[in-house]
Design a protein around this ligand. Structure first.
Ligand code: PLP
Length: 420
């Protein structure tokens, strides 16, 4: 039997969580903008710079170590996402830069009259690269709306937009604003029926849930390590056939095959060491607290899936706790899914407004109390536009991670009560 999930020993591994504000421990509800990192990630990065710092392809030990570290990070990410092979993992500066590069390469295959689909639920990094590429190629962009009542995508509407002219569907796995999770496997199935590629933004989904690219069957999926307890670097999964056949914009000496052909210039190798350490950290959670999914995975893949299942159910409890308390705060409106029976359909990320207060005022007040939340649009400009919040300071975003606790939520609720 696994141990019940316990955030306290895990919190001890995160040195930043010791920060005090006005003599009280800081509360990090800012994870959707970037999570904190455990000591082992910090150690791995500094160890790389102290002992292994080099570049690829040299005839000496630090270069060989650098190659090994890059290869191990790639295998770790392949295991985390359950990719078929490590060559399907591409590292890059961040999700946005990877997506611009990919949109440039993929859109070369489009012709005037073709169509693509983007959604109102997405972060702008999975909208504008495609909209601009479509504009350059004379391709029509069609927009999938979300339902205002619960901020979820309507897949019936999706099938209406989809047709044999659709070349690509860019869709989020989970909204970084309102938390809604999208059934990307179903989106992929429908898109593939008309021959369209599917590009999934899993940046917000990855720290909260298990990801299995083979089960989804998407063509591309992108994430950012700094949202899953690692350093500031981006990760792209692509089906090998696409990474191999698409033409990359690259310099002549760069490798001609994946993944190297997509990795422009020199990677942040210290970040790759950190990515590997972040995956080690998650694996250790699977070892200690994980359960389930025994049939489909083994080895590290199994431990990682178990870790993310354990994190998911722990965070659902945090969401439950928050939603039950939130209804008691007068004037507090939570956007997105609030039905506690539907917690598996959302990430533990809540966009809220407080009557009589601007989002910045609320965030500032909480920040002064040492409770860190975001305010504004967090680049989810389409979401804020649709909710009518774009020109009025957006919304306050409260995001839980597995290192947060019910006590911290209690502090948040009390602070909101005091503000009122
Ligand atoms: C859902 C989502 N997609 C994309 C991005 C952009 O990621 P990056 O900062 O790695 O470019 C973010 C960053 O906040 C995000 O939350």
């Amino acid at each position: 039997m696994p141990n019940p999930f316990d955030p306290i020993p895990l919190r001890k591994q995160f040195p930043s969580l010791k920060l005090l504000v006005k003599d009280r421990p800081a509360v990090f509800f800012d994870g959707p903008g970037g999570t904190q990192t455990p000591q082992r990630v910090i150690d791995a990065m500094s160890q790389y710079l102290v002992q292994d710092n080099s570049n690829l392809g040299g005839a000496f030990i630090t270069s060989q170590r650098t190659e090994r570290i890059a290869a191990e990070a790639r295998q770790a990410m392949a295991d985390f996402f359950h990719a078929k092979r490590p060559e399907e993992i591409v590292f890059g500066q961040n999700m946005t830069s990877l997506t611009f590069a990919m949109s440039r390469a993929i859109s070369r295959t489009w012709n005037p009259g073709d169509e693509i689909i983007v959604t109102w639920l997405d972060h702008d990094a999975n909208i504008t690269p495609w909209v601009l590429a479509a504009r350059d190629r004379g391709v029509k962009t069609r927009w999938l709306e979300f339902q205002l009542e619960d901020c979820t995508l309507n897949l019936d509407r999706f099938t209406e937009l989809l047709n044999e002219k659709t070349r690509l569907v860019a869709v989020t796995f989970a909204s970084n604003a309102v938390g809604s999770i999208v059934d990307v496997a179903q989106v992929t199935k429908l898109a593939h029926q008309v021959g369209a590629l599917v590009y999934v933004d899993a940046v917000h989904y990855t720290p909260h849930n298990p990801v299995d690219v083979q089960a989804i069957d998407c063509d591309f999926l992108v994430a950012s390590a700094y949202k899953f307890f690692g350093p500031h670097t981006g990760v792209l999964y692509g089906k090998y056939e696409w990474l191999d056949s698409l033409e990359a914009y690259k310099v002549r000496p760069a490798p001609g095959r994946p993944p190297g052909k997509w990795e422009t210039g020199t990677q942040s190798f210290e970040s790759l060491a950190g990515v590997q350490a972040a995956i080690d950290y998650l694996e250790s959670i699977g070892q200690e607290y994980g359960d389930g999914d025994v049939d489909r995975y083994d080895g590290r893949r199994l431990r990682l899936k178990r870790a993310m299942n354990a994190i998911k159910s722990y965070e659902e409890n945090l969401s439950l706790h928050f939603l039950r308390q939130a209804v008691e705060v007068p004037g507090l409106q939570v956007h997105g899914i609030t039905d506690v029976e539907r917690l598996s359909e959302r990430a533990p990320t809540f966009a809220v407004s407080l009557a009589g207060h601007t989002p910045r005022d609320v965030a500032q007040y909480l920040g002064d109390q040492g409770i860190f939340v975001w305010d504004g649009h967090y680049y989810a400009v389409a979401v804020m536009d649709k909710l009518g919040k774009l020109d009025s300071g957006g919304l306050v975003r409260i995001g839980f991670a597995h290192y947060n606790t019910e006590d911290e939520i209690q502090r948040l609720i009390s602070a909101l009560g005091e503000l009122l």
